[in-house]
Design a protein around this ligand. Structure first.
Ligand SMILES: O[C@H]1[C@H](O)[C@@H](O)[C@H](O)[C@@H](O)[C@H]1O
Length: 643
C-alpha cells in the first residue's frame, strides 16, 4: 500500500472513530451533532486534498476537534499540570523570598553590600547556566527525570540554606537553588505543553507562570511574617521551599514521561500507554500518528549531523523560532519587571508609607497584584490568543513605564532642598553632607535624606550617610535611631518626599495590570510551543538562558543606570525598550493558539513575519499547515503526495 493511501485510510479511520464516539456522545444534543459531526465526517470522507481546499472547512474541523476534546478532557491533565507547576512556584518563591531574608541576614551575618549582591545574583547566574545545560539533559533523559532532578536539587538547596553556619555555605546553597531553578524553568513549560491537548495548552502552560507569581506572593507574606523574628528568621524563610520541592518530587515518582519524548526515543508502546492515560477515553490514534509522522518528517528534513544548536541555526524555520523565543524572553526582562517588583516597596514608601515593616507588607500587595493579573492572562490566552495578548500587554507596559518616568521626573523637578549641613564627627568631608537637594542625595547609595514635614512643606532637611547595616536609619544624627526620632521627623532612603507620588503609584499599578497577563507569561508559553520536537529542549534551554541572563543584567545595572540617568531616565529607557519590544513582537510573533504542536513549525516556514498577514494569507497558511500535518505538500493550487 502506498504511503498516501495508507495515510488516507488512517486519517479516515481515525476521524470516523473520533466522530463515532462523538456522535454517541452528542446524540441527545441535536444542535451540537448537526454542527460538528457532519463537518468532520464530510471533511475526512473527501480526503486531504478536499479538506485543504477551503479555510472554513479547516476552521470547522478545528472547532469540532476542540469541542470534542473539551467534552472529554480528563482530570489527569490538570493534576499533571499542577504538579509540574510546583516548579514554577519554587521559581517564584526562591527568587522572591531572598529580599526579605537579606534584610535579616545582613544584620545577623554582617554582610557587606558586595556579599549581599553576590548572594542575590549567584542564584540567577547559576540558573542561566543550568537552563542551558537543561536542554542537553532534557533531550537525553527526558522531561520527567529533569523535573525530578530539579525538585531534588531544590530540596538539597533549601536544606543547605536553612542550616548554613556562615556566608560561604549560604553562597553554596544559593548556587544549588539556582541550578534547580534553571532546569525547572526550561523543563516545566515544555512538559506541560507536550502533555496538554491543543485547546488547553496555552492555559495550562500559563498556569505555570501563575504559580511563579503565586510563589512570589507567598514569599512576600513569609518575608513579612518572619521579619519579626530577631534571630534565624531567614532560616525559616529560605528553608520553607523544601516543602513544595519534596511534594513535587514525590508526585513525579508517579507521573508519566512526556509522550512526545517517548515517541522520539522510539519507546512507542510506552508512549501509547501514556497518551491513553493522559487523554482518558479519547481515541489517541490520530494524535499518536500525527506526532510520529511529524518526527519522521523532521528526521528527513533536518536530519543533518552536528549539535542541535548548529542544526537549529542552519535550518531557517528553527532559527526563526529561536529568534522569536529568545527575543520575547529578552524583552520580558528589558521591560523591567524585576526592577519594578524590587523597587515597589520604595515606591510605596515614597507615596507616604513611612514604616519599614509596613512597606514590607505592602510589597506583598504588589506581588498579589502581579499574581491576580496573571490569572487574567490564564483566562485570556485561549480566548484572544498569544499574539494579541502579548501585543496589548507590551503597549500597556510601555505606557505605564512612561507614566512612572513622568512621576519620577516631576518629583525630581520639585525635589526639596537640603537646608541643614551638619558635620559628621568621624568624617568631616563626607560627600553626603555636601549635596544641595534631595535628588542627588537619594541617587547616592551611601546617603539618605533626613527631614521634618508638616502638611504643606518639608523643612529642616539634611543629607547624611546611611547606616550600612540597616538602611532604615542614618549612620548618625537625628535620624540614626528611628525609635527615638521626634514626631514629624522622617528618614528617606532611596527616595525623596514628593507630592507627585500618586503618579508613580498609579504607574506601578497600571504596569502590573498590563505586564502580568501578557508579557509575564507569554514568553514562557510561546517558547514551549514554537520549536519542532527535535529542537524543543535546546530552544527552550537557550531562551530560558536568555531570560535569566537579562534578569541578572537588568537587576545588577539598575542602580548604576539610575545613578547615571536618574530614576526617570531609567524608566524612560525601559519604556523605549518596551517600544522596541512591541515592534519586534508585531513583526515576528505568529499566532499559535489551538494548533497542534506538530503544526506550528509551518508558521515559521516561509517568513519571519507572519503578522500583518491578510485574511487570505492566513487562509493559505492554514491550508499549508493542514497539508503539512497530513504529509502532503501544496503545489500551486493542487495537493500532491510527498512520496
Ligand atoms: O514570567 C515571570 C514573571 O513575570 C515574574 O514575575 C518575573 O519575576 C520573572 O522574571 C518572569 O520570568
Amino acid at each position: 500500500m502506498s504511503r498516501k493511501s495508507s495515510d488516507n485510510d488512517y486519517t479516515l479511520r481515525s476521524m470516523s472513530n473520533l466522530m463515532g464516539e462523538r456522535r454517541k456522545k452528542v446524540s441527545d444534543d441535536g444542535e451540537r451533532s448537526l454542527i460538528k459531526a457532519p463537518s468532520n465526517a464530510s471533511i475526512s470522507s473527501l480526503g486531504p486534498a478536499a479538506a485543504t481546499s477551503t479555510t472554513s472547512a479547516g476552521d470547522l474541523e478545528r472547532a469540532a476537534r476542540k469541542q470534542f476534546q473539551q467534552d472529554v478532557t480528563p482530570a489527569f491533565v490538570y493534576v499533571l499540570a499542577v504538579f509540574s507547576a510546583l516548579g514554577g512556584f519554587l521559581f517564584g518563591y526562591d527568587t522572591g523570598v531572598v529580599s526579605g531574608a537579606m534584610l535579616l541576614l545582613k544584620r545577623e551575618m554582617n554582610l557587606s553590600a558586595l556579599w549581599q549582591e553576590v548572594l542575590v545574583s549567584s542564584t540567577v547566574g547559576a540558573a542561566a547556566l543550568s537552563a542551558l545545560a537543561g536542554g542537553f539533559l532534557n533531550g537525553l533523559f527526558g522531561r520527567r527525570v529533569c523535573i525530578l532532578l530539579a525538585s531534588f536539587i531544590f530540596s538539597v538547596g533549601g536544606i543547605v540554606l536553612s542550616t548554613a553556619p556562615n556566608k560561604e555555605v549560604l553562597l553554596v546553597g544559593r548556587i544549588i537553588v539556582g541550578l534547580g531553578l534553571g532546569i525547572a524553568s526550561m523543563t516545566v513549560p515544555v512538559y506541560i505543553a507536550e502533555s496538554s491537548p491543543p485547546h488547553l495548552r496555552g492555559q495550562l502552560v500559563t498556569v505555570n507562570t501563575l504559580f511563579i507569581t503565586g510563589g512570589q506572593f507567598i514569599a512576600s507574606l513569609v518575608d513579612g511574617a518572619f521579619s519579626y523574628l530577631r534571630h534565624d528568621g531567614w532560616r525559616c524563610m529560605l528553608g520553607l521551599s523544601v516543602v513544595p520541592a519534596a511534594l513535587q518530587f514525590v508526585g513525579f515518582l508517579f507521573l508519566p514521561e512526556s509522550p512526545r519524548w517517548l515517541i522520539q526515543k522510539g519507546l512507542t508502546q510506552k508512549a501509547r500507554r501514556v497518551l491513553s492515560q493522559i487523554r482518558g477515553n479519547q481515541n489517541i490514534d490520530e494524535e499518536y500518528d500525527s506526532i510520529k509522522s511529524s518526527i519522521e518528517e523532521e528526521e528527513k528534513d533536518c536530519g543533518g549531523g552536528g549539535p542541535v544548536i548548529w542544526r537549529m541555526l542552519t535550518y531557517p524555520p528553527a532559527r526563526r523560532a529561536l529568534i522569536v523565543g529568545c527575543g520575547l524572553q529578552m524583552f520580558q526582562q528589558l521591560s523591567g519587571i524585576n526592577t519594578v517588583m524590587y523597587y515597589s516597596a520604595t515606591i510605596l514608601q515614597m507615596s507616604g508609607v513611612r514604616d519599614d515593616k509596613l512597606a514590607i507588607w505592602l510589597a506583598s500587595v504588589t506581588a498579589f497584584t502581579n499574581f491576580l493579573f496573571t490569572l487574567v492572562g490564564v483566562w485570556l490566552v485561549e480566548r484572544v490568543g498569544r499574539r494579541k495578548l502579548t501585543l496589548g500587554s507590551i503597549i500597556g507596559t510601555g505606557l505605564s513605564l512612561t507614566l512612572l518616568a513622568i512621576g519620577f521626573l516631576l518629583s525630581a523637578q520639585h525635589t526639596p532642598p537640603v537646608t541643614l549641613h551638619p558635620t559628621d564627627p568621624a568624617a568631616p568631608n563626607s560627600t553626603c553632607t555636601q549635596y544641595g537637594s534631595c535628588e542627588p542625595c537619594m541617587l547616592d547609595p551611601t546617603c539618605g535624606f533626613c527631614y521634618r514635614e508638616n502638611s504643606t512643606s518639608v523643612f529642616d532637611s539634611s543629607c547624611v550617610p546611611v547606616n550600612q547595616a540597616f538602611t532604615g536609619e542614618a549612620a548618625w544624627g537625628r535620624c540614626s535611631n528611628t525609635t527615638q526620632m521626634r514626631a514629624g521627623t522622617y528618614w528617606a532612603y532611596n527616595y525623596c518626599p514628593t507630592s507627585y507620588s500618586w503618579i508613580v503609584l498609579l504607574g506601578l499599578i497600571l504596569y502590573l495590570a498590563f505586564f502580568a497577563p501578557g508579557m509575564g507569561p507569554m514568553p514562557w508559553t510561546v517558547n514551549s510551543e514554537i520549536y519542532p520536537l527535535w529542537a524543543r529542549s535546546t530552544g527552550n534551554a537557550c531562551s530560558a538562558g536568555v531570560n535569566w541572563t537579562f534578569n541578572v543584567l537588568v537587576s545588577l545595572t539598575f542602580l548604576h543606570v539610575a545613578q547615571f540617568l536618574t530614576y526617570y531616565g531609567a524608566f524612560f529607557l525601559y519604556s523605549s525598550l518596551a517600544l522596541l519590544g512591541f515592534l519586534f513582537i508585531f513583526g515576528c510573533l505568529p499566532e499559535t493558539k489551538s494548533r497542534r504542536l506538530e503544526e506550528i513549525e509551518a508558521l515559521f516556514e516561509n517568513q519571519l513575519c507572519s503578522c500583518g498577514a491578510s485574511d487570505s494569507d492566513e487562509g493559505r497558511q492554514i491550508e499549508y499547515i493542514r497539508v503539512k500535518g497530513s504529509n502532503y505538500h501544496l503545489s500551486d493550487n493542487d495537493a500532491s503526495d510527498v512520496e
